[in-house]
Ligand binder design. Structure first.
Ligand code: DUC
Ligand code: ZN
Ligand code: ZN
Length: 472
């Protein structure tokens, strides 16, 4: 009988800290050995000329998430995880979102029903708290943290989600007490409302004005406020989808003061600009997300933050809405005012290729930093490491054989999400995943899907060390 189920031979293994040529032996879904001349296996995969990476961990994506404005999240757990797997991601962490007036536990139960039987790769859940009742604070949220839902998102904007500073500080105090990671969407709601009304009153409804309704000061102020609240509550937080140099400055300042403020950015803030919101006609709606893509000069500031450690994570913030659809970007027809256009864009499949191509190939970040940003750090920040995010003995054999030389032009027709566009149509990238393994099983074989709906497993998350205050 063979010693291993699978051996990946002759690849270049890349982790967050090392790069070396080795074979990887897999047994019962886990990495059993890393070395040379490993012995026999039922199956051998030749990785000559390929990089062997830990599978991507997409720690911010929206799949089958209910909405309250009539829009519909275009990807369910099948199409969303299928697309993720094709793009080299083997773990996703979408959001179980509490609707006001409903309990958080009912959101979690509902979300499990949506995921099971559909996910093709493993998944954990973040929570979204939109209605912090006494029952939630005293019972439901602590109980859910205990059960492995150890991170939750707080919105500072959106009428149906936003919390005030008092509610935020109470939740951060709870995060401190129970060892959870709080994620913050930092934009100033009242200022957005005022700017939006002012723009619409002048007849400026086109998608291009989305950027004008949410300038950097809106993000900078809320980022500073979130940092201040976290300092008061004495707890680490993670600011999600940081778009602009002004917010980066605030985070850098806070980190310099010794505060544990973590930050995530997304490919749209390095590969798109506010000019993309001004595409002809209504096309700019394809790039409406919040915070919005910024001026071209801003991209360099995001790259600086990626290179110098201000950012820990690059996630997709995949928020899939169809373009030509009355449940998508055209919620109110082809002249939907920017403030009614569902926020978000697809990107779960293109996250690794874009960051690799724009970052590693262009010499902006190292290969090891790339692995850290897309896989190892998100696994650590949310309590999934070393099971996920590592090429190490004992870790799940979630591995990507990544071709660093192949050139591809991104075309929506080639992607696997359930969206009728990609904002990156026509972008040429170098590097694409070839073969992807989930717990030792080949789910993508040289671009072909070999997995099955429902084989993805739910992952309860540990309390991340990074969520603990320095002195408890
Ligand atoms: N926030 C997100 O995290 N995703 C999509 C839209 C938004 O505002
Ligand atoms: Zn958000
Ligand atoms: Zn999001």
């Amino acid at each position: 009988m063979s010693q291993f189920d699978t051996i990946i031979r002759h690849g270049t293994v890349v982790t967050a800290s090392d790069t070396f040529v080795a074979d990887v032996g897999i047994k019962d879904g886990r990495i059993e050995a890393i070395g040379k001349s490993l012995g026999t296996a039922a199956q051998t995969l030749d990785a000559t000329g390929l990089l062997v990476l830990p599978g991507g961990v997409d720690a911010h994506c929206h799949l089958d998430q209910p909405t309250s404005d009539g829009s519909v999240c275009a990807d369910d757990f099948y199409s969303g995880t299928l697309s993720a797997a094709h793009g080299g991601t083997t773990t996703v962490i979408p959001f179980a979102c509490q609707q006001r007036g409903h309990t958080l536990t009912s959101a979690v139960d509902d979300y499990h029903r949506r995921a099971q039987d559909k996910a093709v790769i493993d998944y954990a859940f973040h929570l979204i708290v939109s209605d912090p009742t006494a029952q939630l604070i005293e019972h439901d949220l602590p109980m859910l943290i205990d059960k492995g839902y150890t991170s939750f998102k707080i919105y500072m904007t959106y009428d149906d989600m936003k919390l005030n500073d008092r509610q935020i500080v109470e939740l951060l105090a709870l995060a401190r007490h129970h060892g959870a990671m709080a994620m913050i969407h930092a934009e100033n709601s009242d200022l957005i409302a005022w700017l939006t009304e002012t723009l619409l009153a002048k007849g400026l409804w086109n998608p291009r004005y989305h950027a004008a309704s949410r300038p950097q000061v809106i993000e900078r102020e809320a980022t500073h406020r979130a940092i201040s609240i976290a300092e008061l509550a004495d707890v680490p937080i993670l600011i999600v989808h940081v778009s602009g140099g002004e917010a980066v400055e605030q985070i850098h300042w806070a980190q310099g003061r010794g505060l544990r403020i973590y930050a995530e950015t997304c490919p749209q803030y390095i590969a798109l600009t506010e000019d993309d919101l001004a595409r002809p006609g209504f096309e700019g709606a394809k790039c409406i997300c919040s915070p919005p893509p910024r001026h071209k000069d801003n991209q360099r500031l995001i790259w600086d933050g990626l290179a110098n450690g201000v950012f820990q994570i690059v996630s997709s913030d995949h928020a899939p809405f169809k373009y030509a659809s009355s449940t998508g970007k055209m919620l109110k027809g082809e002249q939907t005012p920017f403030n009614w256009v569902p926020n978000g864009m697809p990107g779960i499949e293109t996250r690794l290729p874009i960051l690799f191509s724009e970052g590693v190939v262009k010499g902006r970040i190292s290969l090891n930093r790339f692995v850290e940003l897309v896989s190892t750090n998100p696994a650590k920040m949310y309590g999934l490491h070393p099971r996920k995010g590592a090429v190490a003995v004992g870790s799940d054999a979630d591995l990507v054989l990544f071709d660093p030389r192949v050139k591809r032009v991104i075309r929506n027709a080639d992607l696997h999400h359930n969206v009728d566009y990609t904002p990156y149509e026509g972008l040429e990238v170098t590097g694409w995943p070839s073969t992807v393994l989930s717990r030792g099983q080949v789910v993508i074989d040289r671009g072909q899907f070999k997995g099955a709906a429902g084989q993805g497993q739910f992952l309860p998350c540990a309390r991340p060390d990074m969520a603990r205050p320095k002195v408890a």
